[in-house]
Each structure stands twice: as structure tokens, then as C-alpha cells.
Design a protein around this ligand. Structure first.
Ligand code: BDR
Ligand code: CA
Length: 318
């Protein structure tokens, strides 16, 4: 089993990912650490506690950062995920169960140190908590098994984004944090738009899941209504991309993905703020912002048919 801490901003597709991680027997979901992003930190944490209660998760829920480390907050993506973060589904104000008293970055440090070499960090929201953890205790870079990130957009010429022409949402929300996390000398795999936009949950796929996967299938269907409306109206798709669950799919079966290697930097301000750039040549330049940075892996292709089937099977067997 791979032990994971899932750092997340739930968020509709974040919940798709939480349920996937919980469902699959090869993953032990140790904790859900929350972060602002799709929703405010209050709503993100409430949504995580709600899922924990509803599906009796063993995972700890831990409250993370409420805003980026340097840049001014962008604000929750209400148009994509709804007022509270779960679309049309309203989460009760009062939830039984409490978040761990530690801030997420401290929880991350403590857990990694308690089980050196065992923990995979899976980050599917802005990277603020991970950056804060690195700043507070840089020794964790040698103690983590792997860091899997849903974020970024590379494309053939790095020209590709979803919140600006060049930037993907999770990276754009906190580009400084992303640059810290991605350039640290721990093993990073970035599952970005290049692969997540190659997989689609179509209306038919989600209807089938509702029919075949009992209560959990129905819940996924319920929260997906708002998300599908956004895709239909704003993106022109009768389907949604499979962003956050793709990071979980990578943890379960890395062979679904083709990766390429090279050091990555994040543009932290200006017109291309949040853009991710991977250096692919080995030339030495007089001013090289990539020099001495750890080579990291980026997903460039995915077996989307196998990924969709893996998700479907896992949720049906939940
Ligand atoms: C990412 O942004 C969020 O809206 C999604 O939850 C996903 O993590 C996709 O760009
Ligand atoms: Ca997310």
C-alpha cells in the first residue's frame, strides 16, 4: 500500500479524487490536508470533514493555509465549483468531527518524520502547505517517498493554461509556493493539463457510474452537475476533464503515464504569472534559472481508456 497525505482544496474534482484514493486497496489515505483554492479554507475544510463523516474515513482532516505565501489571493473559483465548493450540493453548517489541531504544514512535517521514506504527498490544490512545510523544515526533502502534483501546463511550447493562456489554476493561485515545491530536491511528478485534459468524464460515463456504483456513484453524479454546467457553458464540452483523479491514478499505476524529465521553474509574476516551464536541453546558458535545479518528471501522455476504467472499477468496488 502507498501511504498518502492528500493536500486538497475540495472542490468537486477534489472529492472525485478523495473517493478514488479511499476506494482503491493499494492506497492508504492517511490524511486530507486542506488549502484555499476552489473554495475558502473554511469551506474546503468543512467539505473534507463532511466527506470524512459521510464515508467514515479513517484519514485525519487537517486545516491548511488560507492564502498564498506572497501574491494577493485570487479568490475561490465559484464559477467552476459553486458557492461552497461542491456545486449544487449544500454541506450542513455543523459537522461532527474536528480537524487536527495542528496547521497542515506542521502535520505534514510530523507525519513524514514519523515514517521516513514511507509517505507520498499528493497535492491537488495550490502548493502553499507544501511550501510552508519545506520552509519550516527543509530536511523533509530526504524523507518523503514522492511528491505527486496535479498542476501546471507544459504543452509543446509551454503555451497552454486554464485560468490564463499560460497558467493552470493550482499553480497560478500560488506561483511562489509552486516554484519552491517543484524546485526542491525531492522527487516530483507533475500531472498537469497536458494529461488531465486528455481524459473526460462524459455525461454518459457519469450516468453509468450513478447506475452501477450505488450511493457513492449517486453522490459523484450529484456534485458533478454544477461542474458539467460550467464545462458545457464555458468550455463547450459535454464532459469534464479528469484533473485531480489523474494524480491518484498515477499513484496507483504509474504505467498509465508517459513522463519526461527536466528541471522546472514557475513564472512568479508578470503577464505569464503561474506558467510552468521545463528545460529540456542540456545546454549551459550564461543566465540559467534552471541550472542546479533538480530534474523532475512531467506527464506528457496518458492511457485514458485504462484510467477511466480504473476509476470506474474502483468506485464500483467501493
Ligand atoms: C485544478 O484546479 C482546480 O479547479 C481543480 O480542482 C484542479 O485541482 C485544475 O486546473
Ligand atoms: Ca483541486
Amino acid at each position: 500500500k502507498t501511504k498518502i497525505i492528500l493536500d486538497t482544496d475540495p472542490g468537486i474534482d477534489d472529492v472525485f479524487a478523495i473517493l478514488f484514493a479511499q476506494a482503491h486497496p493499494d492506497i492508504e489515505l492517511k490524511a486530507i490536508t486542506t488549502v484555499y483554492g476552489n473554495a475558502t479554507i473554511e469551506n474546503a475544510t468543512r467539505n473534507a470533514l463532511y466527506i470524512k463523516q459521510k464515508y467514515q474515513l479513517q484519514a485525519d482532516v487537517v486545516t491548511g493555509a488560507s492564502q498564498p505565501i506572497i501574491r494577493p489571493p485570487v479568490g475561490p473559483t465559484v464559477v467552476v465549483h459553486g458557492e461552497g465548493g461542491l456545486g449544487d450540493v449544500k454541506v450542513p453548517e455543523n459537522i461532527e468531527g474536528q480537524a487536527d489541531p495542528r496547521p497542515a504544514y506542521q502535520y505534514i512535517i510530523d507525519t513524514i518524520k514519523a515514517e521516513p521514506g514511507e509517505i507520498t504527498l499528493v497535492a491537488i490544490g495550490p502548493l502553499t502547505n507544501l511550501a510552508l512545510a519545506l520552509q519550516a523544515d527543509p530536511s523533509i526533502v530526504d524523507l518523503v517517498k514522492e511528491v505527486v502534483i496535479m498542476g501546471g501546463a507544459f504543452g509543446e511550447n509551454n503555451h497552454h493554461g486554464n485560468v490564463t493562456p499560460f497558467a493552470e489554476a493550482n499553480i497560478h493561485d500560488d506561483p511562489h509556493a509552486a516554484d519552491i515545491v517543484i524546485t526542491a530536491s525531492w522527487p516530483v511528478v507533475v500531472i498537469g493539463l497536458d494529461v488531465t485534459e486528455q481524459s473526460f468524464f462524459t455525461r454518459e460515463y457519469l450516468d453509468q457510474l450513478r447506475d452501477d456504483a450505488g450511493e457513492v456513484g449517486q453522490f459523484i453524479w450529484d456534485i458533478s452537475r454544477f461542474y458539467l454546467r460550467f464545462y458545457s457553458e464555458k468550455v463547450g464540452l459535454e464532459a469534464c476533464h479528469v484533473h485531480d483523479p489523474s494524480a491518484i491514478a498515477y499513484v496507483i499505476n504509474p504505467e498509465l503515464f508517459t513522463l519526461r524529465e527536466g528541471p522546472i521553474r514557475v513564472v512568479t509574476d508578470g503577464v505569464a504569472e503561474g506558467m510552468t516551464i521545463q528545460k529540456l536541453d542540456s545546454r549551459v546558458y550564461p543566465h540559467d534559472e534552471w541550472m542546479d535545479k533538480a530534474p523532475q518528471k512531467v506527464g506528457v501522455a496518458v492511457n485514458n481508456i485504462a484510467l477511466l476504467e480504473l476509476y470506474r472499477r474502483s468506485i464500483i468496488d467501493y
